[in-house]
Design a protein around this ligand. Sequence first.
Ligand code: HEC
Length: 712
Amino acid sequence: MHPKTSSILLVLCFAMACPLQVDAQFADADWPFYHGDPTASHYSELGQITKENVGQLEVAWTYHSSESLPEGRTDNQCNPIIVDGVLYGSSPDGYFFAIEAATGEEIWQYDFQGHRRSVHVRGTSYWSDGKAARLFVAINSELRALDASTGELVTGFADRGSLDLCYGLARSIEEVGRWHSTTPVTVFEDLLIVGGFTAEGYGAVPGDIRAFDARTGERAWIFKTIPEPGEYGADTWPEGARELVGSANSWAGFAVDVERGMLFAPTGSAAFDFYGAERLGQNLFANCVIALDIRTGKRIWHYQIVHHDLWDRDVPAQPNLITVMHGGKRIDAVAQITKHGYVFVLDRETGEPLFPVEERPVPQSVVGEDKAWPTQPIPLKPPPFTRTELSEAGLSDILPGTRAYTKMAMQSMRYEGNFTPFSNKAPTILFPGTIGGGNWGGAAVDPKNGMLYVNANEAASFISLVTMVDAPNLSPYQQGRNVYARRCSACHGMNRMGGNHMGYTPPLLNLETHMTREQVLDIFRNGKGRMEAQRGLMHDPEDVAMLLTFLFENPPAGQEHISDPGEDGQLIYAHSGYNQFLDQNGYPANKPPWGTLNAIDLNEGTIKWQVTLGEYAELKERGVPPTGTENWGGPILTASGLIFIAAAADDKIRAFDQDTGEVLWEGDLPTAGFATPSTYAVNGRQYVVIASGGGKVSRPTSSAFVAFALPE
Ligand code: HEC
């Protein structure tokens, strides 16, 4: 039975106490969409696994999508889909596969050649017209159609089975820099709705939302997230912005109200992310929830969550469609979690907030010509699900010496509270940091009672703006200085004098007096003491060579100072990396909790409970109370009141009691499950499956998918 059909039955059954309820709980049920269903509910009506028996869960099967993963592969963020007892998924190294969902036995595997170095692929999408069934898979900018039953390319789709998603973007691929598909495309009738990831620097392409025909690959419509001159919203940008500015892309996936024919799209910030003099204004439709007519791409309403974003506060997750009780009435709503820890609850038809939202004055820009927007919207209800300000009293003191260290570090940084624009004079604190708050794992909602469940990170970052020279013919020394600005200056200072905001950091002037190039290369490869290995840098030998030129050689005449960009050159602002604000042991510098799971009542606008998510074994051994860990991926909810979530950096999957937040079960994984689980039933047996991919937060990588079920 299709889960939506059975959940409708189930709701009827609750009302009428009919015998079908039992059947629905044990019926075969699919998980046919990324995050469960078109509304991104993360919810299943299955209830065979209950609060009483969840403790008996055992591993039903483990599937490895690759025999061994090559070095340095990324994490696995796949949320597998299950249709008619077949599970479809993606591996972290460029394979897609179909397996028997009951046994993990492989049916087919597809090698997506030519695209090994992909960014994140979060799964696949299933389309069927009742006769043929296609699986849509994408890596980088290429979307391919596979026959769902054989895994063979469907050559009738687009260009011999493949659609170049860069084609038809506002700028050519040479200018675009990057455009990647990340979250699987959304299927609605015969349409594939496509968002994606763009570069986040200067010259990035506008992140338009597009729909393509699932049979032919032809474009059906486009919604321009950065409007053309004269279009609605164009007056929130300087003239000609669409030619200059990019991003405002929708990378986290969509939610669909099938009955109303409405698509809800979250969008990211405009690029360049951290400095916006080129894009003065409110910047519609960046950082919005946009409601579109799904058949035409026409805007119905939009709601902007951050104005003129200067902090990379992308709206990072699919909106959740939910029905809430408000003022005594049932109201269909859209709930949007954010990176800065808020939930915006909007009327689904009008986009009007259901709880008051205040426009609060925020700190103003201090660099160049940029102008931060004077106010930002803050919902008065529900309360934020993370802390939103960091003070000295909020600094960590978990171990001896931690407080002294983090206090010294904080004193060397700038911070005027939430929404402090960044500066090129000193690093600026951002809290919660660049990873959120909420993120792409999204939230689970309960269709019965207006509850939303979301996991969160609570760790600060610091960001510095750096000045770089941009010119057509930069010397190796100047290019090396640019590499240094981006990769090293946050800790060693733009002037190479060292600093103390990451504890003591040594100066890097006159390096040749006490180090050789080979020794420095060795530090890049292996790290040294508190400095981590520079893996990202080592992927780019040209950057390494130019950086060494800058570090070891004298500047050519006229290029001594960054303020000498040369005749054709100009100065631009960039940033020096996404730095986490950590203590001397590598834990977040703010007080725990660092990872949480939260239950939020969207009827009342209150937080019902909040618990830590995950543990660091080393801290547990030292007697530190549970801190929660950095976490990636989201929760799911079943009708039996269980929340299943892995996400934490401790290689566990857990079941929480929906009502109390109590942990009822923990299962061991090969490595951390930085993904969202799926649940489904085959032959009357319910399974919970998770991609256990590690690959972040120092967890080893794996290509395992692990399914749990009750003993047969
Ligand atoms: C996150 C902060 C951070 C970043 C980013 C960073 N470093 Fe370091 N670096 C340090 C710290 C801390 C040390 C001291 C390590 C120790 O001895 O414990 C260090 C040490 C060094 C040393 C050894 C210096 C000496 O005199 O012993 C070199 C060389 C160096 N870094 C170069 C670089 C370069 C080049 C980059 C950019 C590619 C870079 N670092 C990026 C924090 C950083």
